[in-house]
Design a protein around this ligand. Structure first.
Ligand code: NAI
Ligand code: MG
Length: 398
């Protein structure tokens, strides 16, 4: 039976790059039905809901979604652009991406960062004697996607019960007990054992499946003793009992950012809580070419629901160019992650091989790879269009 994929183009360049990814999937011979789900700014403006219930139903039914990108705007602008008849309804804009994560408990976020040989955006490092080295990065970053500092449990001027609870902690009394409550803002960092276990297990299993030597826990257990501390303890126990062949490394997020460019080729799988995972994955993405190359998956291993998307946004500046100039690779790579998830690894590998060949040859490069500022005239300066890049990749498919 043919797989059905829900496509979620969203806004701006999301629509453009998603179409390119589907062209590549067709060309490689992946047989699927595509059904389009409504999501994003347009549906906020027209219906007052950027993630309509019918879209949730589609994803529930078909389990696999390819997502482009959406546009979000600040509160006031969101209200101003709402259809006139909806303005009195007290609607509040929310991010449909966060909405998807919460609704389907997509708690496993995977962001691989792999450099392609010949990419002019690759990180290079000066070696001894003035030599220049280009270490190839191949890391898979697992970010807990639903809890921690982004869990949304926060207050300014916290209510009395919260304040009283805080006042039971001696450190709060000592350091903050004298501060008037209306001058306090509190954001919590909550980790649950269950979600921590799930992200660690996903990371170790990935290391085993794809032959990575190590899993690095990137947190700060020496200072954030309860949450990071719990995660580190659980990681040690899991490594010992279930994954003895894989090494467990432990780095602090701050030191990791400093050492990132020293030996990025030494890291394999990295696992972290929500915010540190967000930070460390952006940092590694910078070493392999940035937003034009950064892909991601958000998965719930129990239901098997997966949403695959580039990490870039809708880049509205570039959305209306007559000929599109943005790099489709991040979106195409996200489609490869979808194929991995559907146990179509060989098909994914064919696409990655085709991308690798195009990049290694170096004749076909989008504006970001040419290090040009993004404007329509990059096409006259030797950069190729979004479609030409896709065509080049398709021409290498075997
Ligand atoms: P953005 O990622 O859309 O663009 C930032 C810059 O990165 C662009 O101006 C461009 O120079 C470069 N860029 C992005 N995608 C590229 C590609 N495929 N190829 C080459 N260069 C690329 O982030 P920005 O401008 O901060 O946000 C624009 C809108 O996107 C906002 O409304 C924001 O809320 C939304 N957004 C949505 C995300 C999502 O859908 N997952 C993620 C990030 C932002
Ligand atoms: Mg995205």
């Amino acid at each position: 039976m043919k797989q059905t994929i829900v496509t979620l183009p969203g806004d701006g360049i999301g629509k453009i790059v998603l179409e390119e990814a589907i062209r590549v999937l067709d060309a490689v011979g992946f047989k699927a039905n595509y059904v389009e789900g409504d999501i994003g700014w347009e549906f906020w403006c027209k219906e007052g809901n950027p993630l309509p219930e019918r879209t949730i139903q589609l994803i529930e039914n078909h389990k696999t979604a390819l997502f482009g990108a959406i546009t979000s705007k600040p509160k006031e602008e969101a209200f101003n652009e709402l259809a006139p008849e909806l303005k009195e309804k007290g609607l509040v804009y929310f991010s449909p991406i966060v909405g998807l994560r919460q609704h389907f408990n997509l708690d496993i976020c995977l962001r691989p960062c792999r450099s392609y040989k010949g990419n002019p955006l690759n990180f290079i490092r000066r070696g001894a004697n003035g030599t220049v080295e280009e270490p190839l990065v191949d890391v898979a970053i697992f970010r807990q996607n639903t809890e921690g500092l982004y869990g949304g449990v926060e207050w300014s001027n916290p209510p009395a019960k919260v304040y009283d609870a805080l006042m039971t902690h001696p450190k709060f009394v000592k350091n903050f007990g004298h501060v008037p409550v209306e001058e306090l803002s509190v954001s919590t960092r909550i980790f649950t054992k269950k979600a921590t276990q799930r992200i660690l297990h996903a990371a170790f299993s990935h290391a085993r499946k794809y032959n990575y030597r190590s899993v690095t826990l990137c947190e700060k257990p020496n200072v954030i003793r309860e949450t990071s501390g719990m995660m580190y303890k659980m990681a040690r126990e899991m490594q010992k009992s279930e994954f003895p062949e894989i090494e467990l490394w432990n780095t602090n997020i701050d030191a990791q950012m400093m050492w990132l460019t020293k030996n990025p080729e030494d890291y394999g799988v990295i696992v972290a809580g929500n915010m540190f995972g967000d930070i460390v994955s952006d940092a590694f993405a910078g070493l392999i070419g940035g937003l034009g190359f950064a892909c991601s998956a958000q998965i719930n291993p129990d239901s098997g629901i997966g949403v695959f998307e580039p990490t870039h946004g809708s880049a509205p500046k570039y959305a209306d160019f007559q000929v599109s100039i943005v790099n489709p690779v991040a979106m195409i790579e996200s489609a490869c992650m979808m194929l991995d998830h559907l146990e179509e690894q060989q098909t994914a590998q064919k696409i990655r091989q085709a991308i690798a060949e195009v990049i290694l040859e170096g004749n076909v490069q989008t504006y970001d790879m040419k290090k040009l500022p993004g404007s329509p005239d990059v096409l006259q300066k030797g950069a190729v269009s979004t479609q030409q890049m896709t065509d080049a990749i398709i021409s290498k498919l075997k």
